[in-house]
Unconditional design. Sequence first.
Length: 284
Amino acid sequence: MGIYGMILFASQLFLAIQLGAVQSAVFGTRSFRITDSIVLAYVTGSQRDTFLSQVEVFYRNSLHVYQATNVKITFISDSEVSAGSSQHIHLVRFQITGSAQTDIDFIRVKTEVRNTIRDAHLSGITLNDWTRYETASLVDSSDTLDFGGGSGGGGGSSIGFGSGASAGASDQLDVSDSAELTYTTTAERDDLLQQILGLWGNALGSAYIAGGLQIRYIRDMALSGGRRNVFYGISGQTRRRTVPVLQLQDVVHRGFFGLRPRVTATLQTGPSKPCFLLGCLIGK
């Protein structure tokens, strides 16, 4: 190949790269992640993988309308809920990933998948209530909940927890989340939830919350080792139409580890920072 041929080839290659970049910008392909959980009854890992492969198909079918490609399911972890004579019940967490050409209505997708599973009457599989959605935009990859953009995110990132995080014209924040806690009585559970409410209040601060921040118990599920997975909701009036929900949730979750019901004994960790001896809020 002569010098002119090399120049021509380099020019064509450069043009192809530029066209590819323009097409990506025009069509706005976005990668997405959906982290979800299901309750499965299985004995072997292969049985679990068979269940997950069916869930992958359901998600792929539901995401087809959004021109989703490369939809894959990935096993994350599982926690044993209870054991029977022949089957073990597990809370299995998994992630759905892929790319889409259009904004995704994640709440609609989740609802369709759950309805499909119920209609299919699959034995030994039940979708859990806890779901987290994340999208990575070419323009804005920040993890935010935009009250004005609908459940699809409108070009930014959109996160929902459980039944979804949403707000109407009055900017009502509503976030569903879960925490693995150890307690004996309902009073101890409620005390732990009040501590979690304090974590959310500190994370949101006056910059996001105008008032009325509340926590509500939804339900709980027994796990192994005496722990329970407690589902709860946080609600309140927000000052802003965009709240970095995922970022704030990570801050809150770092306060979950070692969470215990309060006791009267305290440990002084500094001149103005008392810490409950059995209730210190440390990273999860």
